[in-house]
Design a protein around this ligand. Structure first.
Ligand code: PHE
Length: 378
């Protein structure tokens, strides 16, 4: 009996002392739903950063405790997850969400609660800026934004693909695809190009034959398809079946180990990093990631951009807590605004809108492989 009591006492003490010195960090990612590869990579990148910091003694002596929630890249699920981690778990720091349409509603909960949110990957401008154009104090991101990405896609289509006629198709309910389509159209026209067709669909559509028939008639020299890999797989496969050979181009949403390389062959997309970048930050991360995570055949995994940005966003958070000297979110937000951090995806410093100014990588899909094309500086 005495022994049991002693053990119980030790356990209670352990929980109490651990609790006092813990730093809870929520990771909101789509582990299920339409784009689960985004969620798995994000979780892996964030947890690797947490493990590395914990192995070095945590942050300011605090052990980091991750709380991972499946927010599905969906506004309603992400709202529930944000409310849960803030109100039930008492979290003050959120890494996530991945998709813009989920990160925007999370920011509307985190901001007023003075909870820091760093989205690793959400590129829509409205993640960090409200409708009146004011920067949201506690909200940051680790990636560039869609006006940059969409403009570069237009420029690339104009100069490299020599396209003067473009067709745009996008999901009318997705902040990410709307933002990229808008930016592309403005830049493509400014460069003297013509938009020969613009069509929308919804995220549940699976048959794109009506739009593809219009593409065949309009004879564009490029098609902008700024959606996630699940839709890209469907559209490009159906396009090939219809004998459409015009190149499709898109944004970072194409990035997935589940991108159908045969269907999307001939396409180009913008991304956040290239594994061929010789910088030490990139090469060290590739080694650490391959050691930590294996594929089904037991081979070390190669991180995609989502894993890289989740790792970067998480490291950025801890570096700013360290710089602030305390885990107080107002002090941390001020530290983030001033930080200069050498991340895997490039050096991060924030502009007044809490957006990093970073370079972009263009990749091509050719011969069953993803190939490095070029880097574009901001
Ligand atoms: N940029 C996308 C969005 O804002 C998310 C994404 C980033 C997806 C990187 C894949 C790779 O919704």
């Amino acid at each position: 009996m005495k022994r049991v009591l002693t053990i119980a006492l030790v356990l209670v003490l352990a929980v109490l002392t651990a609790g006092a010195a813990d730093l809870k960090v929520a990771v909101l990612a789509p582990l299920s739903g339409a784009v689960p590869s985004f969620g798995l990579s994000t979780k892996e990148g964030a947890l690797l950063a947490i493990q590395e910091w914990n192995a070095k003694g945590g942050v300011l002596g605090m052990k980091i405790v991750p709380i991972v929630e499946d927010s599905q890249c969906d506004a309603a699920a992400a709202t529930n997850a944000a409310n849960k981690v803030i109100n039930q778990d008492g979290v003050k720091f959120i890494i996530g969400e991945v998709c813009s349409s989920a990160s925007i509603p999370v920011s509307e909960i985190a901001g007023p609660a003075k909870v820091i949110e760093i989205s690793p990957t959400s590129t829509n401008p409205n993640v960090t800026v409200d409708k009146a154009g004011k920067t949201k104090d506690y909200i940051f991101r680790a990636c560039y934004i869609d006006p940059f990405q969409g403009g570069i896609l237009a420029q690339f289509s104009n100069t490299r693909l020599k396209a003067k006629k473009a067709f745009i198709m996008y999901d009318q309910g997705n902040d990410y695809t709307i933002g990229l389509a808008t930016a592309f159209e403005a830049k493509f026209k400014a460069l003297g190009g013509t938009i020969v067709g613009k069509e929308t669909y919804t995220k549940t559509d699976t048959d794109f034959s009506a739009i593809l028939a219009k593409i065949k008639n309009a004879k564009p020299e490029v098609v902008l398809l700024p959606d996630y890999y699940n839709i890209v797989n469907l559209v490009t496969k159906q396009a090939k079946e219809k004998g459409i050979s015009v190149p499709f181009v898109g944004g970072d949403g194409w990035d997935s180990s589940d991108l159908d390389l045969a269907a999307s062959d001939g396409g180009y997309y913008t991304n956040h990093y290239s594994k061929d970048d010789p910088r030490a930050e990139v090469q060290n991360f590739l080694k650490a990631y391959a050691a930590a995570y294996k594929d089904d055949a037991g081979k070390g995994k190669v991180p995609d951009a989502l894993a890289v940005l989740a790792y970067d966003a998480t490291n950025l958070l801890f570096a700013s807590i360290k710089a602030a000297g305390k885990a107080d979110t107002t002090a941390v937000k001020t530290a983030l605004e001033k930080i200069s951090y050498n991340a895997v995806s490039g050096k991060i410093t924030f502009d007044k809108l809490h957006n990093p100014i970073k370079a972009l990588t263009i990749l091509s899909v050719k011969g069953g492989k993803i190939n490095f094309d070029s880097v574009v500086q901001p």
